[in-house]
Ligand binder design. Structure first.
Ligand SMILES: N[C@@H](CCC(=O)N[C@@H](CS)C(=O)NCC(=O)O)C(=O)O
Length: 210
């Protein structure tokens, strides 16, 4: 049995969404952020040494890290869905997106989050992070080009994972001017699987109408 440990208003929403798109049965354990610090509760820290959400429990085996969880769910429960053909031309770009979405794409956002928390907004570090973030957003627009999805006309788990970057870019006030991304977000938020995920996972502040 799959259980997802889910923190409100966090990237674990992407795993709820992935599970809904896969139509995979799962249980959800909800955690709430501290309203002041926005950190996860002690119960989340007690669950896994990293203390972050999401955490997937598959028959008692725990897995943290949303990128790893995505790869695991696709490999074990995907049956080829939500991913390009592993032998085809898009496979490498797909892997790149899965990892970019949790590393180089998120790093400047986290720097800006910390800059704000430590009253360093506008510092050289914050300005450099804004430039890096703009580079990441431009890359997403380049990948999308004229296509509906990151992998052309195939909606995949990379769209779900990557969607967190422009959402958080907006949350830190650095979404820039990216009409291609906004059109992609409108397509993402129109998906029935996205709506099922919101119904199941609870209110999600980052998917504002675009
Ligand atoms: N690289 C990890 C990051 C996990 C992470 O930072 N999760 C945040 C929510 S988006 C969290 O649990 N924050 C609560 C806390 O740090 O206490 C992943 O992609 O899963």
């Amino acid at each position: 049995m799959l259980t997802l440990h889910h923190l409100n208003n966090s990237r674990s929403q992407k795993i709820v969404w992935l599970l809904e798109e896969l139509e995979q049965p799962y249980e959800l354990v909800n955690y709430q952020r501290d309203p002041v610090t926005l950190m996860g509760p002690p119960a989340l820290k007690a669950l896994h040494p990293l203390g972050k959400s999401p955490v997937l429990d598959d028959d008692g085996k725990l897995l943290s890290e949303s990128g790893a969880i995505t790869q695991y769910l696709l490999a074990r429960y995907g049956g080829g869905r939500l991913a390009p053909d592993p032998e085809g031309p898009d496979h490498l770009r797909f892997l790149e997106c899965l990892y970019f979405a949790v590393s180089a794409g998120m790093n400047p956002i986290m720097i800006k989050v910390y800059a704000s928390a430590f009253k360093l907004s506008g510092s050289a570090m914050d300005v450099a992070a804004t430039a890096e973030l703009e580079c990441a957003l431009n890359y997403i627009e380049t990948l999308l080009g004229q296509d509906d999805w990151l992998m052309g006309d195939l909606f995949t788990a990379s769209d779900i994972q990557m969607s967190f970057i422009p959402e958080l870019a907006r949350a830190v006030g650095a979404a820039g001017d990216h009409p291609v991304i906004e059109a992609w977000q409108r397509r993402l938020y129109a998906r029935p699987g996205f709506h099922r995920a919101i119904a199941r996972g609870g209110a999600y502040a980052y998917a504002e109408p675009v």
